[in-house]
Design a protein around this ligand. Sequence first.
Ligand SMILES: *Cc1c(COP(=O)(O)O)cnc(C)c1O
Length: 391
Amino acid sequence: MGSGRGDGTRSVHGRGGPRRGPLVAPIAQTSTFTYDSAAELRRYLDGTDPELFLYTRYGNPTLRELEERLAELEQADDALVLASGMAAATTGLLSMLAPGDEVLCSASVYGGTARFVRELLPRFGFGGRFVPFEELHDLGRHVGPRSRVLCFESPTNPTLRVVDVEAVCAEAHRRGLLVFFDNTFSTPLVQRPLALGADLVMHSLTKALAGHSDLIGGALCGSTERIAAARGLMKVMGGCLDPHAAFLVLRGLRTLHLRVARQNENALAVARFLEGHARVAAVSYPGLASHPGHALAARQMRGFGGVLAFAPKGGLAAAERVFDGLKLVARAASLGGVESLVSLPVHTSHHGLSAEQLAAAGVDPATMRLSLGVEDAADLIADLDQALERA
Ligand SMILES: *Cc1c(COP(=O)(O)O)cnc(C)c1O
């Protein structure tokens, strides 16, 4: 047997069902794969044997294992893993564009994605144009002859506003656009954008899918053709995932349903606590009946996610005091891990924006974003309570 073969690396839970061998798939921590013969190499080149690999940037059994799991989770034909969420965003968007095409992008997307659309696409001859959150349902004013892709997220970062994903995908398709959707905030357990009409879905694996804040990774999920196009680009642009990181994501996925359920429960408990707190001015969490997108979220999501936003009374100064006073919740960017994290968007994702730009993004300067981990809800509530009382 040529070791170019990926034998022994399919998990017992893979498509073949239970089999003998290691319970956990070994990591194919290798850059290259050996071949027995020119005939075997020719079979690799034919593409007829999915168990033959040549070089890890082109494909690797551990990466393939993760891609198959992610495709199952998103109920997609196929998936591609990449070095980061941003590698997924940039490779994915470029894979949908022809020379001169334009991306319409929701104004409420991840900062890195917004920067790619605003600064990089125009440098390479593509167009990038932003659509305010409120206008995603009617793109008439924004669509031009070169518009090709609509890129959006729901719930939005950091304000947790909810977009009607199915209606916006239908509007985009009516206007002849493809839809690129970032599902990082929700995970496929909470929301399945492909079933709601999206053409290509991305994830930052860094967040809830890996779940332990110990790696950077990204993924794309979609039809066989869309993933093949993205894979072709990735092979040349070079943003492949490392097999060891893929192994860690596979390990994280084993507890995804437990972690996400607990994060959702914690987020709802903490949101309800904050909503009733005398020192809190506003709470945004789609699971609260007071949230304007609650009914819509209940329809298109299963659970309401593990991230919420709130603003204490007293503006940014009070928010900074609450931030500094937290003892259990860690002050850090990122989300979706087992530890609860708090961030101040005016100092991270929305740093440097004017008061008018913040207002346009719907971000109160005192906004605190809280990503719930899997701790005991009572401990989290006690920590927030003491920080709010002392502020
Ligand atoms: C973190 C994040 C990204 C970027 O992912 P990286 O893995 O950091 O490159 C993109 N979109 C969303 C919604 C994110 O939270």
